[in-house]
Each structure stands twice: as C-alpha cells, then as structure tokens.
Design a protein around this ligand. Structure first.
Ligand SMILES: [Cu+2]
Length: 277
C-alpha cells in the first residue's frame, strides 16, 4: 500500500476535543454565574443563616476555581500533546506532584469542613438559652402540628393511645396529666422576633423534615426521637415550612407557615389561643 499523505495522526480530533472542553467550561460558568445562589434564594432571617450563606459562597468560589483551572488544564494538555503522527513516549508521572495535589485537596476539604462546622453545629450542639421559647414540632402524614406548653410552661405527657385528630387531639396529649390541660396545639408556627426559640422536632409515623429556607434550617424528624434545634429570627414576616423528605403520597401537600411577629402580636396570639383551648 502506498502512503500518499503524511500521517497527521489524530491531531484534528484532539484539537476539537480541547475546544469542546473549553466550550463546556464557559457554558457551566455561565449557568452558575447567571443563577448565583445568593441572587435567587431569599435573604436569611437569622445570623447563623448569614454565616451559612457565607460558607456556601466560599465553598462555591473555591470549588469553582479548582473546576475552571483543572478543566482548562485538561484542554491545554489535550491540545499541546496531541498526536501528530510522532512516536509516543512513556512517562511514569511525578510522585512529588501527586503528593502536592493530594495534600492540597485534603487541606481544602478539611479546611472548608472545619470552617463550616461552626455555623452548622451552632444550632444543634449548643443548648438553647434557658429562657428560649419551647415549641414542639410534630410531623405526621401529611401535616405539621406545633405545640406550646401554655401558661404553666410545661408540656403535658403524650399517650399514643389517645391520639385522635378527629376529636381535636392529634398529638395524643394525656387527658390525665394536668400539665397538658393548657397546652396549645396549632397548625402554624408563630414566634416573636428577636427571641430565641427552641424547637423539639418529632415524628408520629415516618421520617419527615422541617425546612424553612429563610432560617437556613433543614432537619429530619425521626420517629422515636426528639431533636432539639434553636434559632432567633430577626425579621418579621411569614415564611413557608415544608417537609423535604418523601414521606408518602401526600408529601407534596405537607407544608405550613412560620409567622415571625412582634412581641405584642405574640402575646395576643398566646392569649387568643389560650382562650380557645
Ligand atoms: Cu413529610
């Protein structure tokens, strides 16, 4: 067989591949930059929420920079070392480089994790202030119920046998426990602005979740557990509470509202509810 043309190998394919990689990088950066999380998500209403946003921004910036540099590096290598029909030569790689980028990755991941740990752990692993308002949150298929201890400041005992939503006792508050007589059970969560609130999150059946975007809080409700979590909302308003665990057929309808109100409105809410119990 006669070879009429010089063999140029797969140079054209390699050039095309590196071009595609560059286009993909530009397209990805464009999608992220035009939908920046802080441009499309609602503003946080807690100081911890602001810390969490800052942490997300930092993680995105670091991960985004690494992504852009590594992909452009890949495109460069594919183009520079493309096949012209030359003889390939074998290299063994570099242990020093391997050690450097493995260490850099560990430092980055651990560093971001340690920095983020504080914002995440603050609402979970440190106890709420003693004067925090206690509210019990109970998820069941497919509603939220919020219970306040009432004027005596004490939650009544719960007895699963007495659960009867149709007769007005969805949580099964024990009729024989005097502490439960003044308990307030409502389908929406009302809290005063700038006061610490300690939530006690429970589930009556399957795994649910308590999620409020503006609080930057998302916590599973586990059957058999009471999970405490505290926050201090700093902006009056109404915010949606949603269940973010696929908890059954009615999951998409499982939502409620968090009302952050002034002290006067909160007192009025408690009085009104106490009168109605
Ligand atoms: Cu649910």
């Amino acid at each position: 067989m006669r070879i009429s043309k010089r063999n140029s190998g797969s140079a054209a394919t390699a050039a095309l591949l590196s071009l595609i990689i560059v286009v993909l990088v530009v397209a990805t950066v464009y999608v992220f930059a035009s939908n920046l999380p802080w441009a499309v998500r609602p503003a946080p209403i807690t100081s911890v929420g602001a810390e969490i946003d800052h942490q997300y921004g930092l993680t995105l910036a670091v991960a985004g920079t690494v992504f852009i540099l590594s992909q452009l590096g890949l495109a460069f290598a594919v183009f520079k070392f493309r096949d012209h029909g030359q003889k390939a030569h074998f290299t063994r790689g570099s242990n020093t480089l391997e050690a450097i980028w493995t260490t850099a990755t560990i430092v980055l991941f651990l560093g971001l994790g340690l920095m983020g740990h504080k914002a995440w752990a603050e609402v979970r692993f440190t106890p709420a202030a003693p004067d925090a308002i206690q509210v019990e949150v109970t998820g069941n298929q497919f509603v939220f119920n919020f219970r306040y201890p009432g004027p005596d400041g004490k939650f009544g005992k719960l007895d699963p046998k007495q659960i009867s939503a149709s007769t007005g006792n969805p949580l099964g508050i024990d009729a024989n426990d005097p502490a439960g007589k003044d308990d307030i059970v409502v389908p929406t969560l009302t809290v005063p602005v700038n006061h610490e609130v300690n939530l006690l999150i429970r589930s009556q059946d399957v795994i649910h979740n308590f999620y409020v975007r503006e609080l930057r809080i998302q916590q599973d409700a586990m059957p058999g557990m009471v999970i405490p979590l505290h926050f201090t909302a700093n902006t009056i308003g109404q915010y949606e509470v949603v269940c973010t665990q696929l908890c059954g057929l009615g999951h998409s309808r499982m939502h409620s509202y968090l009302n952050v109100v002034s002290d006067a409105d909160y007192d009025a809410f408690l009085k009104q509810q106490a009168a109605g119990q």
